[in-house]
Design a protein around this ligand. Structure first.
Ligand SMILES: Nc1nc2c(ncn2[C@@H]2O[C@H](COP(=O)(O)OP(=O)(O)O)[C@@H](O)[C@H]2O)c(=O)[nH]1
Ligand SMILES: [Mg+2]
Length: 336
C-alpha cells in the first residue's frame, strides 16, 4: 500500500512519515503529494499571525478546543522562522498545546527552522496540502508576522487572523509590518489587560483609514508571469471588497471571546464561498507556486548546459566592466 493511501485511510504514523518526507523534499514525498493532490481543497485554511508574545499559540489552542467541541478535526502547523534555536520555541508551543495531545482529531506539526525562508514557506505550503488531503476540516497555520514576503501566509490561507495584544507598541508596529492589510479578522488578545480597549480603538481607527483607500488589500506581486498567466477577468482583489474586517477581543487564557472568533471564521469562509473568493485565492496561490517552481526548474536547466568556465569568464568580464550583468543574462539565455 502506498504512503498516500495509508494517509487517506487515517493512519497517523503514515501521516507523520509523509510530512517528514515532504519537508525533506524526498522523491517519496513528491510522489505521495501528487497522489494526495486530488483529495485537497476541502479544508478551511486559517493563517494566524502577529508579533511574538501576542498569544497566537494560546489562541490556536483555544480555537482548536472550540472546533473540536463542534466535532471538527483540526490540523495545526506552527512556523517560527525567527527562532534561532530549532526546538526552542517549538517546545514551548508543544507544552502550551498539551490540552490537545492524545486527541485523534488533532494533528500538530512544528516546522523546523532550516534552510531559506523561501524554502520554509514552500515546505509549509506542502505540509498544509498533506493535512488537507488527509481530511482535516480546519488547518491552523501559526506564523510570526515579521513582514517577510517569504512567509506570506496570506498566499496559502483562506482566512488570515492577525493577532494584536495591548501594550506592545502595537499601533506603530502594525503599520510598519503592513500586517493590517492582510487581516481578514483582527483579534485583540489579552482582553483582560485594561489597555485592550485602547488597542481596539486604535485598530478601529486604522481600519477605517484603510477602508477609505479600498481595493489595496492582499496585494502581492509575483513578477511578470502573473500578468501572463492571470486570466483578464480574474481580478485578485475583487473578493475582498465587501468584507468588513471585524475586531474580536479575546482572552486566550480563559477562552473568553473564542466563540465569536469561530463565528467570524465561519462567516468569512461563507463570504468567500458565496462570491467565488475561494477559487480566486486558489488560482492566485497556484500561479505563485507555478511561478516559483518554474523559475527554479528553468534556472536549473539553463545552468546544466552552461559550462562553468564559460560562466566564470563572463563573470570576469563584468568584474572588469566590459559587460553589464544584464548582457550576461541575455548571452546565457541565447546560448552565446
Ligand atoms: N493575560 C493574558 N496572557 C495571555 C493571553 N494569551 C496568552 N497569554 C500569555 O502570553 C504569553 C505568550 O503567549 P503565546 O501563546 O506563546 O504567544 P505567541 O508567541 O504569540 O504564540 C504566554 O505567557 C501566555 O500565557 C491572554 O489572553 N491574557
Ligand atoms: Mg507561538
Amino acid at each position: 500500500m502506498s504512503l498516500a493511501t495509508e494517509v487517506l485511510e487515517g493512519n497517523r504514523r503514515a501521516l507523520s512519515r509523509l510530512i517528514s518526507a515532504v519537508e525533506n523534499h524526498s522523491p517519496d514525498g513528491a510522489a505521495a503529494l501528487a497522489e494526495l493532490y486530488p483529495h485537497t481543497g476541502r479544508a478551511h485554511l486559517v493563517g494566524i499571525t502577529g508579533s511574538p508574545g501576542t498569544g497566537k499559540s494560546s489562541l490556536v489552542n483555544q480555537i482548536t478546543l472550540a472546533l473540536r467541541s463542534r466535532g471538527k478535526t483540526v490540523g495545526i502547523v506552527a512556523v517560527d522562522p525567527t527562532s534561532p534555536f530549532s526546538g526552542g520555541a517549538i517546545l514551548g508551543d508543544r507544552i502550551r498545546m498539551r490540552d490537545l495531545s492524545g486527541d485523534p482529531g488533532v494533528f500538530i506539526r512544528s516546522m523546523a527552522t532550516r534552510g531559506s525562508l523561501g524554502g520554509l514557506a514552500r515546505a509549509t505550503a506542502d505540509v498544509v496540502k498533506v493535512l488537507d488531503g488527509a481530511g482535516f476540516d480546519t488547518i491552523l497555520i501559526e506564523t510570526v508576522g515579521a513582514g517577510q514576503s517569504e512567509v506570506d501566509i496570506a498566499s496559502h490561507a483562506h482566512t488570515v487572523l492577525v493577532v494584536e495584544a495591548p501594550g506592545m507598541g502595537d499601533d506603530v508596529q502594525a503599520i510598519k509590518a503592513g500586517i493590517l492589510e492582510i487581516a481578514d479578522i483582527l483579534v485583540v488578545n489579552k482582553s483582560d489587560d485594561p489597555r485592550a480597549q485602547n488597542t481596539i480603538r486604535t485598530l478601529r481607527a486604522m481600519l477605517d483609514l484603510n477602508a477609505s483607500g479600498q481595493g489595496q488589500k492582499k496585494v502581492s506581486h509575483h513578477g511578470q508571469l502573473v500578468d501572463v498567466v492571470m486570466p483578464p477577468d480574474a481580478s485578485p482583489e475583487q473578493d475582498d471588497l465587501r468584507w468588513d474586517v471585524p475586531i474580536q477581543a479575546t482572552d486566550a487564557l480563559s477562552g473568553e471571546g473564542i466563540d465569536d472568533v469561530i463565528e467570524a471564521l465561519d462567516r468569512h469562509r461563507t463570504h468567500l464561498q458565496d462570491n467565488g473568493g475561494l477559487k480566486r485565492r486558489l488560482r492566485k496561490q497556484v500561479i505563485t507556486e507555478i511561478d516559483a517552481l518554474l523559475s527554479e526548474a528553468l534556472l536549473a536547466r539553463l545552468l546544466e548546459r552552461v559550462d562553468r568556465s564559460h560562466l566564470d569568464a563572463l563573470v570576469e568580464r563584468v568584474v572588469s566592466r566590459e559587460l553589464v550583468p544584464q548582457a550576461v543574462v541575455e548571452m546565457l539565455i541565447d546560448g552565446s
